[in-house]
Design a protein around this ligand. Structure first.
Ligand code: NOJ
Length: 563
């Protein structure tokens, strides 16, 4: 249980900022660091402890900053290093820590290392990247890139191929190379010495590749082989993370979270067990894959709540008192949760609050993605030209080439496209993000959904998030209690308990448009004895036998434990 030496990040709530879409201070239509500074009071009012900044480094923006040209320079569009230093100071003055994105599976092809690396086979930097010769003028293996097409690109200068698991402007770094690793550790130290609060590590479990890079299995309907068994949680991943920890991280009291697609709870036990000295927590993808087909996210399936509950149960149990969970519904790669697992029409506010309560009552460190606290929704642009995301655009082009109907492609984009999360924050009813033309269109619902409205209305989604953050500070049970799933097979209700020696909390949430009956006997409590901790309806319908759980209702009841 709780010890005096418990790390601060266990009780923290993180707020993710996607700088391009947060707040523009100079009218160029692109969010920037001074814009972020101007909104720190807003974040302080929300109550979060940590800000995770998506990349702010110099970049040609093929993948909006996840293609870094220079790790030690701030992107012009976002401001200057002075702005960044001021951000750290201003954040610190408000008790906020700044966590940065660490993107070291790949760089931009415009990074000086790559420019050198491709210049000649004898370059000192040649081995900083993964180069191979083609086979009969074909790529070295059959892997597909996450952003469509082959994962290999032929470079004409040396007539060799380089690996890029993402876009061809994001060549993969070669972590087998010690000089590269040393350079990365030095760069990390540079930022930590500026006083940042930690790192979110981009696809960090992709950095170690299986020797020989074997062909992957070609799944039905796919043009390329699936290389993921040969680069996800690869052979040296734990060695690399331990080395990074020993060389850099252990010297600082910081938060580290590894973005780890394909990591299972068993993997996460190894990554996050403090004794292993790797990372504090990981971002799992398992709960985000439940509404997708087996081979691609664009293949949309309705949410199977039973599967979602089972998945949370697995993660909650696996990491309890072993490692640590991160908790998230949203980020810059995921569609808006209220449009995905809630109802963004009739029950927008209610379902956004329900989803918040459901997630924040689990054990782990919650991440709020900008706009989630407003119940921001997905967007539907009619024309593909209005989409900006490289993943979406490449997928669209490759499916059009394969003869897939445009309306079927657009259905996938509306449900899962990353631009759903990237429309600018709606500060006022007219938008309020920029005085210029935003780099991507605003969601047309600014009139109804915006920060001004949310702050003025005591019943807004914002205040539910604020309350959840306050509760975390007041009640140990949220941070330390064990997790117990109830009614595992109920397809509409997600009901669970958190327990400590003294207390138990019952969390009741309804993921459906219908009223559902809940019997107290199935929760092993008399609901009428419970004290309401937080709810999303004004009053509750608690009876002797049970309660009616109304559409998207959420309710947390606290009970003293009878020993
Ligand atoms: C994961 C990031 O979250 C995503 O936005 C990016 O496109 C890929 N990694 C590649 O860096």
């Amino acid at each position: 249980m709780k010890t005096n030496k418990e790390p601060w990040w266990k009780r923290s709530v993180v707020y993710q900022i996607y700088p391009r879409s947060f707040m523009d201070s100079n009218g160029d239509g692109i969010g920037d660091l001074p814009g972020i500074i101007s909104k720190l009071d807003y974040l302080q009012r929300l109550g979060v402890d940590v800000i995770w900044l998506s990349p702010v480094f110099d970049s040609p923006n093929d993948d909006n900053g996840y293609d870094i040209r220079d790790y030690r320079t701030i992107l012009d569009e976002f401001g200057t290093m002075e702005d960044f230093d001021r951000l750290i100071q201003e954040a610190d003055a408000r008790g906020l820590r700044i966590v940065m994105d660490l993107v070291v599976n790949h760089t931009s092809d415009e990074h000086a290392w790559f420019v050198e690396s491709k210049s000649s086979k004898d370059s000192k930097y040649r081995d900083y990247y993964i180069w191979k010769e083609g086979k009969n003028d074909q790529p070295p293996n059959n892997w597909g890139s996450v952003f469509s097409g082959s994962a290999w690109e032929k470079d004409e200068v040396t007539e060799s191929y380089y690996l890029h698991l993402f876009s061809k402007k994001q060549p993969d770094l070669n972590w087998e190379n010690k000089a590269l690793r040393d350079d990365i550790y030095e760069m990390m130290t540079y930022w930590l010495d500026k006083g940042i609060g930690g790192f979110r590590m981009d696809v960090i479990n992709f950095i170690s590749k299986v020797e020989g890079l074997p062909d992957g299995k070609v799944n039905p309907g796919q043009a390329y082989g699936d290389g993921s068994p040969y680069f996800i949680n690869g052979p040296k991943i734990h060695t690399h993370l331990k080395e990074m920890n020993e060389r850099v991280l252990q010297n600082y009291d910081v938060l580290t979270v590894g973005e780890m697609p394909g990591a299972t709870p068993k993997d996460a036990q190894l990554y996050t067990n403090p004794a292993n000295k790797e990372v504090n927590m990981v971002f799992t993808f398992e709960h985000m894959d439940i509404d997708s087909g087996p081979f691609e996210k664009w293949d949309v399936k309705p949410l199977d709540l039973v599967a979602l509950k089972q998945n949370f149960q697995k993660w909650q149990h696996a990491l309890h008192e072993v490692g640590w969970n991160s908790l998230y519904w949203n980020n810059h790669d995921q569609p808006r949760i209220v449009s995905r697992f809630g109802n963004d029409q009739e029950f927008r506010v209610t379902s956004a609050k329900m989803l918040a309560i459901c997630l924040h009552m689990l054990q782990g460190t919650p991440y709020i993605y900008q706009g989630e606290e407003l119940g921001m929704t997905n967007v539907k642009f009619d024309r593909i030209e209005d989409y900006k995301d490289i993943e979406t655009i490449n997928m669209y082009n490759s499916k059009i080439e394969q003869g897939v109907l445009e309306k079927d492609i657009m259905r996938g984009i509306y449900a899962k496209g990353r631009d759903n999360a990237r429309t600018p924050i709606q500060w006022t009813k007219d938008g309020g993000f920029t005085t210029g033309i935003p780099w991507i269109q605003m969601n047309p619902n600014t009139n109804e959904i915006n920060v001004d409205q949310a702050l003025d209305d005591k019943t807004s989604v914002f205040y539910t998030y604020q309350k959840l953050i306050e509760l975390r500070k007041e009640h140990d049970i949220i941070t330390y209690g064990s997790f117990h799933l109830l009614l595992p097979n109920n397809p509409s209700l997600f009901v669970y308990k958190r327990k400590t020696e003294k207390e138990e909390w019952l969390v009741i949430t309804n993921f459906s448009d219908n009223t559902e009956k809940l019997e107290w006997t199935s929760c092993e409590v008399d609901g009428l004895d419970g004290k309401v901790i937080i709810a999303n309806y004004d009053s509750q319908e608690l009876g002797e036998q049970g309660m009616n759980v109304r559409p998207y209702e959420a309710l947390v009841l606290a009970f003293e434990r009878r020993l």
